[in-house]
Design a protein around this ligand. Structure first.
Ligand code: F6P
Length: 344
């Protein structure tokens, strides 16, 4: 019987369980066995796994997190991990593997495919910055959470005549900031793609206050950087993960302090953090994740190795992992232009 492994890697996001459920349900119809690998690539290195049945995935569709656990393990960092992965793949008699993840997890999947392993991918990240697909699941939920937060901050900002700075996730790309900023009516949005000038930010806020609006909302992506130090994002700690990424966070505090200092307007900062990744997925993400999961099993059935399920327009298609991991998908100028119409 065909045996498919499935794993979830990288930062979690709402919708992972919906993909796992769809994989197991479609695999069962095709007569495949599904083995869940625990904790991302670590599950294959340490041989931590469980057989997934209809029972194990019952009731998980609306649940956040991942029943398989996740990690940022990079098996190519240490030769003994790489060897263990190959050994366990063979010992577990895996015929194929479905890797659910973002640029790092799918980068590993691509390399395994190049070495002849039968791997397919499913695109996941709240940041929505993966290439090859129009949208990753988890993003819509993160935008909904950030938008709700902005709405709530609006009323208190207005009551106190304050500037509210909201820091949202987005390491390399400002999709969450741009979308939640547009949806929440932000007065300024700062994203990694466009290094910011604080004097320009303050001019926009003052212009707004001059026309009688004595409160403002500034949305900042965690990876946004000032023009004086482009690309040097504010780190919350010096720790680096197995893929070489530092933990970001704190740019909002800097922006908030400077706005208060330069404008004299009372300012408060909210860092949304992991609240954006937790809890139940939106209906949109549940549907997208389900479509990706079904498609991934059908990619296995068709032998589409080295491919990733992707959304193009409103169709789910298969695209090469090499294309999906070649370059990050950044916020396009046209979308940002729409956001800018409402600045200041
Ligand atoms: O990759 C998704 C993401 O949420 C980024 O936006 C963020 O920088 C990072 O993960 C946070 O990672 P961690 O869960 O390790 O704090």
């Amino acid at each position: 019987m065909t045996k498919i492994g499935v794993l979830t890697g990288g930062g979690d996001c709402p919708g992972l369980n919906a993909v796992i459920r769809a994989v197991v349900r479609r695999a069962e119809q095709l007569g495949y066995d599904v083995m869940g690998l625990k904790g991302g690539w670590r599950g294959l290195i340490d041989r931590k796994h469980e057989k997934l049945t209809l029972d194990s995935v019952s009731g998980i569709l609306p649940r956040g997190g991942t029943i398989l656990g996740t990690s940022r393990t990079n098996p190519f960092k240490r030769p003994e991990h790489e060897e263990a992965l190959y050994r366990n793949w063979k010992d577990l008699s895996l015929d194929a593997l479905i890797a659910i993840g973002g640029e790092d997890t799918l980068g590993v999947a691509r390399r395994l495919h190049e070495k002849g392993y039968r791997v397919v991918g499913v695109p996941k990240t709240i940041d929505n910055d993966l290439g090859g697909t129009d949208v990753t699941f988890g993003f819509d939920t993160a935008v909904a959470i950030a938008t709700e937060a902005i709405d709530r901050l609006h009323t208190t900002a207005e009551a106190h005549n304050r500037v509210m700075v909201v820091e949202v996730m987005g390491r390399h790309a400002g999709w969450i900031a741009t979308y939640s900023g547009i949806a929440g009516g932000a007065d300024v949005i700062l994203i990694p793609e466009r290094p910011f000038d604080l004097d320009e930010v303050c001019t926009l806020i003052k212009r707004r206050h001059a026309r009688g609006k004595n409160f403002s909302i500034v949305v900042v992506a965690e990876g946004a950087t000032p023009k004086e130090a482009p690309g040097q994002a504010t780190a919350a700690s010096r720790e680096v993960d197995a893929f070489g990424h530092v933990r970001l966070g704190g740019v909002g505090n800097y922006v908030g302090e400077e706005i208060e200092k330069r404008t004299g307007y009372e300012t408060r900062v909210t860092i949304l953090g992991h609240v954006q990744r937790g809890g139940t997925p939106t209906a949109y993400d549940r549907i997208l994740a389900t479509r990706y999961g079904v498609h991934a099993v059908e990619m296995v059935q068709r032998g589409e190795w080295g491919m990733m399920a992707a959304l193009r327009g409103n169709q789910i298609v298969s695209v090469p992992l090499s294309e999906a991991t070649a370059a990050l998908k950044l916020v396009d100028p046209e979308t940002f232009r729409i956001a800018e119409v409402f600045f200041g």
